[in-house]
Ligand binder design. Structure first.
Ligand code: HEM
Length: 556
């Protein structure tokens, strides 16, 4: 073949090098995923080109040398481009390793400390925009939230294709196409609007009673509150999705659900960082089998739920179009995918917020005392704290929940969005085409430009002062009061924000009122407090363990 060209050794080497650089330019421009194109560029082309070296080496050496040279030049070209001043993101500072390869972004996310690391990057570079991947930036500027996340903003980033394994029956969360996403969101909106909340109250009330009974039974020994709250929220979300929970509170985690969840979260981080891997992963039999097995359990539960029909109006009633609002009902596969999302999106988020709130109450006895007084005022002994009728009047409870969500947002590093073929101007920042972007919620919530004084401090009173700013005497306090609610986005913002916010807030309010009415909590090991240290940002926030002791407040 090519050896008929009989190039000199130098020309042969040069040709292979040039071909590798051209390959980089092509791959960078079109980012192909199809296996035959990848095989062409990564295997066939270098194999063919290595024939140029056959006149100068034995055939095996020529192939080995040509192949290695081609890939070395390709890698060098990619690396140099990513750190070079001609890269579209060159203007934004960031550590070299994160600019070089997604592998390092992945390592960062799996460490669980991505939120803290990125916050430090923003601080150390003193920049509202930092580079956190070869084609990814993090933004700390609260004024860009609407432009990036709002209805005219960006759609979801490539990481969601990875999370959805490019499947056609992925869940709402993983749809990137805005039209498809909006279509899939309709039943969710019907099922989680304010009117629908009434249907869920009794199911929720029963689960909260179960939680409180179990906690009261454990009053003689220190317990890990994180585990009990997590089990509670999984059971309740199982009720919502499939008309019946996994009964973790009753039976414990006998089937290793938590272990499987953790494995699932970690795989999610992998396919989010390397969507191309997810594209091909389903062709690997062992991975395909694992995903099938994971889906099989939710599939079976979805089928059971459909066969049972609507007994109580749970969320599934709407997702399955049992309310008949859509002309065409979704397929079982689609509903099953949404069923797993209910559990995934609604469990950890609520349980980590709730646990963080309880932790902060115990760490701040003055706040605890005030909140308990408010609960006692509205729900004295004999009054059911599972009745939501006073929630709207409970301003301190609202302040405590908001302050917890400010310091412990469920998605601290923000959800990924991406530009397509046009540059986006967000405030004073230029976001070039094909760039992934994250609004760094953790930093924005703790930025003194948005919340001051003491943005890192748990201080629910800031929410009360905000509704009556004249109560703050800046001169006396020697510091201005800043409270920018536009920069408060624990439920994200825009057309892909949290569709479960109403349910989440109802759950948080009901649980806190009931538990505080029924029992007192104190840290079991106040001198060994590792709660924040153990908390991880794994796409969603995973809080650390919380050993507590419980004393009943009412006769048991
Ligand atoms: C304190 C509790 C909660 C917080 C802080 C929270 C926060 C969030 C955030 C930040 C997102 C955006 C995720 C992304 O774009 O990647 C989200 C999405 C979502 N949340 Fe929640 N969530 C909570 C509870 C719930 C509950 C109880 C449900 C009920 C099932 C729920 C269902 C969803 C769904 C379905 C989405 C995807 C929305 C879409 O893509 O259109 N969440 N949530």
């Amino acid at each position: 073949m090519l050896q008929v060209l009989r190039l000199s050794l130098n020309d042969g080497l040069l040709s292979i090098g040039v071909a590798a650089v051209l390959t980089h330019i092509l791959l960078n421009r079109y980012e192909p995923l199809a296996m035959h194109i990848l095989v062409l560029f990564f295997a066939i082309l270098p194999l063919v080109l290595s024939q140029l070296l056959i006149p100068h080496f034995t055939t095996p050496s020529a192939v080995a040398f040509g192949f290695t040279l081609y890939h070395l030049v390709l890698l060098t070209s990619v690396a140099l481009y990513r750190v070079s001043p001609v890269h579209p993101l060159a203007r934004y500072p960031g550590p070299i390793k994160l600019k070089l390869a997604s592998y390092f972004s992945y390592k960062l996310s799996i460490s669980g400390k991505r939120h803290l690391y990125i916050q430090r990057l923003h601080q150390d570079y003193d920049s509202d925009v930092v580079r956190i991947g070869p084609n990814e930036i993090s933004i700390r500027d609260g004024s860009c939230i609407t432009t990036i996340l709002g209805s005219n903003g960006l759609s979801k980033g490539p990481g969601y294709d990875g999370r959805g394994f490019f499947l056609s029956n992925r869940s709402l969360l993983n749809w990137r196409d805005p039209a498809k996403h909006a279509q899939r969101r309709k039943p969710w909106l019907r099922g989680l609007n304010t009117a629908a909340m009434k249907h869920y109250e009794p199911v929720l009330a029963a689960r909260i009673t179960q939680l409180s009974d179990i906690l009261l039974r454990k009053r003689s020994e220190p317990i890990d509150l994180t585990q009990f709250i997590t089990h509670f929220s999984f059971d309740f979300m199982g009720d919502m999705a499939f008309g019946g929970g996994p009964e973790l509170m009753k039976d414990g985690d006998t089937h290793g659900l938590m272990r499987r969840m953790e494995a699932g979260i970690k795989s999610g981080l992998l396919v989010e960082a390397f969507p191309w891997f997810a594209f091909h992963a389903l062709k690997i039999p062992s991975i395909k089998a694992r995903i099938r097995a994971f889906r099989a359990s939710s599939d079976a539960r979805a089928r059971q739920r459909i066969l049972k029909g609507t007994q109580v109006k749970d969320l599934f009633h709407f997702l399955n179009n049992d309310d008949g609002a859509e002309p065409v009902s979704p397929s079982i596969d689609d509903v099953a995918a949404e069923g797993s999302l209910v559990v995934l999106a609604g469990s950890d988020t609520v349980s980590s917020t709730l646990t963080a709130l309880m932790y902060r109450l115990m760490r701040h006895p003055d706040v605890y005392k005030k909140l308990r007084a408010e609960v006692d005022k509205f729900y004295p002994p004999g009054e059911s704290a599972l009745d939501c009728k006073y929630h709207a009047k409970m301003t301190y409870l609202e302040a405590v929940i908001n302050e917890t969500l400010r310091l412990y947002p469920a998605q601290p590093s923000g959800s990924q969005r991406a530009t397509t073929d046009a540059t986006l101007v967000a405030g004073t920042h230029y976001i070039p085409p094909y760039t992934s972007v994250r609004v760094h919620v953790y930093s924005i919530h703790r930025d003194p430009r948005n919340f001051s004084p003491s943005p890192e401090t748990f201080w629910p009173e800031r929410w009360l002062i905000a509704s009556n700013p004249s109560a703050w005497d800046s001169q006396l306090k020697k510091t201005p009061f800043v409270h920018n609610t536009n920069a408060f986005i624990p439920f994200s913002y825009g057309p892909a924000n949290c569709v479960g916010k109403n349910l989440a807030m109802m759950e948080l309010r009901m649980v806190v009122c009931h538990l505080l009415q029924q029992m007192d909590f104190k840290l079991a090991k106040p001198d060994e407090d590792h709660f924040d240290e153990a908390t991880k940002d794994w796409f969603g926030l995973q809080v650390g363990s919380l050993p507590v002791e419980i004393t009943p407040r009412l006769p048991v």
